[in-house]
Design a binder for this molecule. Structure first.
Ligand code: IMP
Length: 192
């Protein structure tokens, strides 16, 4: 079986690749000649994941899956949520996004939040979605050099490290994307 993973994010690719069995051949967007921006204009994480997977199927004809992720912070009514990538502006800068979130939380008494990933799979003309959630809290300062995005300021419940201080194996085991990917792998195992 071969499937396109519709992402240009090297970190997402690394995390997902580590969980996908070798018998499933993962194709990149480059492999299928897709060099355009894939639209993600929906107002939910699930909607965006579906939009990305459908875009590839419709325009390139490949079976594929796409991931969309957001960080939902309770004291900010679920912000940045679906706007996580461009929270601090269209430049989509990780440092700017984290700094804005830390600033907005300065006046708040609680800092808990969750990462949510939805993976949308387009296979044999059928769409299936898988959701992974990881609960935790937003730290006061950035810690760690690993990972990407908001990883330096997210500490999962029951751990004393941020995602950016964990190795890929541990982040994948307890993290949102890992949980969604495990469900994807289980689903694919049943049909192939
Ligand atoms: P998207 O799923 O690529 O649209 O990501 C939305 C935003 O969340 C971007 O700013 C990403 O950097 C960030 N993000 C996505 N996945 C993770 C993660 O696993 N850890 C930290 N930040 C993430």
């Amino acid at each position: 079986m071969q499937l396109v993973f519709a992402t240009n994010n090297k970190n997402k690719l690394k995390e997902v690749k580590a969980l996908i069995p070798k018998r499933i051949k993962l194709l990149s967007l480059k492999d299928i000649g897709c060099f355009e921006d894939i639209p993600e204009t929906q107002n939910t994480i699930k909607g965006n994941a579906i939009q990305k997977a459908e875009f590839i199927k419709t325009n390139y004809g490949y079976d594929c899956f796409a991931d969309d992720t957001g960080l939902e912070v309770q004291a900010l009514n679920g912000e940045p949520g679906v706007y996580s990538a461009r929270y601090a502006g269209p430049q989509r800068d990780d440092t700017d996004n984290m700094d804005l979130l830390l600033k907005k939380l300065e006046s708040k008494s609680t800092r808990n939040g969750q990462f949510k990933t939805v993976i949308a799979l387009h296979l044999n003309n059928k769409l299936t979605t898988f959701e992974g959630i990881c609960k935790g809290e937003i730290t006061t300062f950035k810690h760690g050099e690993g990972g990407f995005g908001y990883d330096p300021i997210f500490k999962p419940d029951d751990y004393n490290q941020t995602f950016a201080e964990m190795d890929l194996h541990l982040k994948n085991k307890i993290g949102h994307r890992g949980k969604a990917t495990i469900q994807l792998v289980a689903f694919l195992s049943k049909i192939s």
